[in-house]
Design a protein around this ligand. Structure first.
Ligand SMILES: [Cu+2]
Length: 319
C-alpha cells in the first residue's frame, strides 16, 4: 500500500501523521511537505510544457522558438540537469537532517529505556530495572529522551506511533531501537504496521505522555503487587487455566503467554485497543474472546455463572 493510503487510514483510526509532537517527527513531516510541494510544482511545470508543446505544434515551432540545438539543450537541462540537482539536494537533506534525527538513539543520550515486545496480537511493555510489566498502554514522561527497544516474541511486527517518530520493524532475533520524546502531555495512538496475522488490524498501542510527577506516581502504582487478594474470583482465576497464560504479580499466576493482569483495571482499553475497559466489555471479552477478535490466542473458557461473576469482580479490583 502506498504511504499516502496508509497515512489516510491511520488518520481515520485516530493517528495523524501530519501532526508531529516530537522533534524527529517534525523533521519527517517537514520532509513530507517539501516533497509534496516540490513534486506538485514539478508536475505542474511538466504539464504546462506539454500543453504548450501540443498547442504550438501546429505552428511548426518549438515552445520557445529556436532550432534543434536549442531543443537538445532544453532536454539536457530540464530533463537531466535539474532533476540531478533537486535529487542530490533532497538526498543530502533527508540523510543529514531526517535520517540522522530519527536514527536509533545512543543509549548514553537517553534517560530511560522501555522494552516493547510484539505478540500476536498485543504489545508487552517492560520497564527495565523495575518489576513493571504492562500491556498495550505505554506511559512515558514528557520532555524526556526515552529509548524504545523493540523485539518480537513470534512473527515480524512493526511498532509505529506516527505522532512521535517513524516506525521500527520488530524482527525475530533482532533488537530495534527508536527515540520517543514527547514535547507535551497527551495520548498518542499507534499501530502494528506490518501484517502479522488474522488480528493484525486490532493491534493498537496508546502512548500516554505525562508530566514527570504524574508518570512517577503511575510507575510507583504499577510496581506494587496486585491489590486484590483473597477475593473468591482469585481462586476461579487459578482453577480455570487463566493462570497458565496470565501473570498477576503477588499471586501464584505466572503465565507469560498473555498480558500481565496485575493492574488490569488501571488500563483504559482491552485487547490492544479493541474495546474500552468497562465492566460490560470485560464480561464480553472473558465470556467469548473469539467474538470481538476472531483468531486471537485466548481460548473461550466455560464456567458457572457464579464463578464468572466473582471472576469479573476480581479482575475489576486489579487496580
Ligand atoms: Cu501486525
Amino acid at each position: 500500500m502506498s504511504g499516502a493510503a496508509v497515512g489516510v487510514l491511520a488518520l481515520a483510526a485516530g493517528q495523524n501523521v501530519l501532526d508531529p509532537h516530537s522533534p524527529p517527527e517534525h523533521r519527517i513531516t517537514m520532509l513530507g511537505w517539501i516533497m509534496f510541494v516540490g513534486s506538485t510544482i514539478g508536475l505542474s511545470v511538466v504539464a504546462f510544457l506539454l500543453l504548450l508543446g501540443y498547442f504550438r505544434r501546429r505552428r511548426d515551432s518549438l515552445p520557445f522558438g529556436g532550432g534543434e540545438k536549442h531543443a537538445t539543450g532544453l532536454v539536457i537541462g530540464l530533463g537531466i540537469g535539474l532533476p540531478l540537482i533537486i535529487l542530490s539536494a533532497l538526498f543530502v537533506y533527508s540523510n543529514i537532517f531526517v535520517i540522522q534525527s530519527t536514527a536509533a538513539p545512543n543509549p548514553r543520550t537517553t534517560s530511560m529505556t522501555v522494552k516493547v515486545i510484539g505478540h500476536q496480537f498485543w504489545w508487552e511493555l517492560r520497564y527495565p530495572g523495575t518489576t513493571v510489566v504492562t500491556a498495550n498502554e505505554l506511559h512515558i514522561p514528557t520532555l524526556t529522551r526515552v529509548n524504545i527497544k523493540g523485539t518480537t516474541d513470534d512473527v515480524i511486527h512493526s511498532f509505529w506511533v506516527p505522532e512521535l517518530n517513524r516506525k521500527i520493524d520488530l524482527v525475530p532475533g533482532q533488537v530495534g531501537s527508536i527515540l520517543f520524546y514527547a514535547n507535551r502531555a497527551g495520548e498518542y495512538r499507534g499501530k502494528c504496521a506490518e501484517f502479522c496475522g488474522l488480528q493484525h488490524a486490532h493491534m493498537d498501542v496508546i502512548v500516554f505522555a505525562q508530566p514527570r510527577a504524574q508518570f512517577d506516581a503511575w510507575l510507583r502504582r504499577q510496581k506494587a503487587p496486585a491489590q486484590a487478594t483473597g477475593m473468591p474470583g482469585e481462586q476461579v482465576f487459578m482453577n480455570n487455566g487463566c493462570a497458565n497464560c496470565h501473570q498477576i504479580r503477588g499471586t501464584a499466576a505466572r503465565g507469560l503467554v498473555g498480558p500481565d493482569l496485575t493492574h488490569l483495571a488501571s488500563r483504559t482499553t482491552l485487547a490492544a485497543g479493541t474495546m474500552a475497559n468497562t465492566r460490560p466489555q470485560l464480561e464480553d471479552w472473558v465470556r467469548d474472546p473469539q467474538h470481538a477478535k476472531p483468531g486471537n490466542k485466548m481460548p473461550q473458557v466455560q464456567m458457572s455463572q457464579q464463578d464468572f461473576t466473582s471472576l469479573i469482580d476480581y479482575l475489576e479490583a486489579l487496580k
